[in-house]
Design a protein around this ligand. Sequence first.
Ligand code: AGP
Length: 608
Amino acid sequence: MCGIIGYVGSRDCVQIIQSGLSKLAYRGYDSAGIAVCHEGDIDLRRAHGKLENLVARLALEPMRGHTGIGHTRWATHGRPSESNAHPHRYGRFAIVHNGIIENFLELRQELIDRGHTFASETDTEIVVHLLAEYYSPERGFAAAMHDALRRVRGSYAIVAICADFPDEIIAARQQSPLLLALGEGENFAASDIAAVLAHSRQFIFLEDGDIARITPSSIEITDISGKPVTRAPKSIEWDISAAEKQGYPHYMLKEIFEQPQKITDTFRGRILEEEGLVNLDEQIAAMHIEQSKRLQIVACGTSYHAGLLGKYVIESLARIPVDVDVASEFRYRNPIIGPDDCFIAISQSGETADTYACLKIARERGAKILSICNVMDSTIPRASDATFYTRADPEIGVASTKAFTTQLASLLLLAIHCARAKNTITKDRAKSLLASLRSVPTHMESILAHSDQVRAAAQKLLRANSFLYLGRNIHYPIALEGALKLKEISYIHAEAYPSGEMKHGPIALIDDRLPVIVIAPKNSTYEKTLSNLQEVKARGGRLISIVTEGDDMLTRVSEYAFAIPDCDELIQPFFSVLYLQLLAYHIADLLGNDVDQPRNLAKSVTVE
Ligand code: AGP
């Protein structure tokens, strides 16, 4: 997903924009650029690859200005290159864009027929040519933007500057997130909070169709027809240092070690241990999700794995039927969902296009909409009836870790809430579960102390060409998550199976080159899983086990054994996944990979 920042004010904007782009780098990108109004014209610097390349370009060819825009691009139309990098400049204009202009080919041909030539393969460049087509000094910059956007179909977050209007920027939003930040004698536009939090805590979140004319002292928002629109500012209390590395080599390792604190934050104010109750904010409680005929969870990637685990815990405790779908499948299978159902979107970023599209389908068909999300006021929460915020603070590493475990914590609280509301568990059982949840951060701390032990194992495993992960019941989603973590940052193939499926095919894979990670803590399926382990050992497989502390037998037969506390089965996933996160991290780090920004991946996938 692309990162956007715009500035208009009295300060020199190049450093402000450059610093803002660095805070957006985590979203994943392949090129970057800055454009400013300067002495009646527009200056532009762009570079392919990492931000350092743009910084080097600026050092060689400095520029200055008080009005400017910046962009980090994740290629969707047109390969990663300097010519395809944003901003795109044409005539008196420069523009940055996030989203997809769906009718850009027909517009491009129309403009070529009018004599335009294009310097890039991007859909974005169309818009800057349309601006030039519709612009007249008399009607002005904002009017030209309105006219240009009337021709456009698709999704966009756009910020533009015009050499004839050096004291304003124009911002427009349609389906791609865009916010404004309010300053003293200066204002900002950005694709997300982290880019500008150093300068302001007052934000206006633009909605679809909004077009904003921004000067150092004013913000005017209208719809595409020019009708004024009111958007109240919101105060966000994020501390940007929460998004810094704080001494860890990678954001991902910081975020793995942050999990105890973040899970504590997720629980804060939501556990009434004495009463054996969960204290949900009134918007969620008012939805009475426990009265739904069915819950339909939809998500992608790691969030989907959290949803799968949600199914196990909600059905086990609250006895409500739960379906879980990958968003990109749900949206195209004409799903059965209606007013008796509750649709639950799980999304760390709150911007995942496939998940948002499913939410709109569920809305059209009358379902209640709950989201579980980590980013305040992002697109999915703003489209939901209520949102359960996971409170993990910004997750910068592309590979999700703390977002996942805070999603698990959120789902367990929801399950206990529903179970108590439906009286499917006793008060004592609820009190016991809530006490177990309270103990999760402490146990996680003790497991994190074994990080070096995991690193030693990683050193011996990293040459494997493939890994097999096995888990049963609530540990099957954890096996899936462990395999995904390894794949996305080490680039080593891995797959996960329900342990019971071994005999239906995967057992053919077992040999002395294949590490088999088996999640086998003492629980209701332990005996069954033991037989799977014996199948692995009998065929010479490299057995790595997640065991319950004190399980000497299993420890003895494993090449490596990682112990989790003897605890309630429903909270074991917090601990098994921790080892799998650490294993993936250490293998990738020892391989020298870009752990925080793995190749080909973006933090937030806002295109199909
Ligand atoms: C997680 O490690 C991945 N980076 C990816 O699968 C991610 O979980 C998925 O894209 C969903 O993102 P979301 O939670 O922001 O919707």
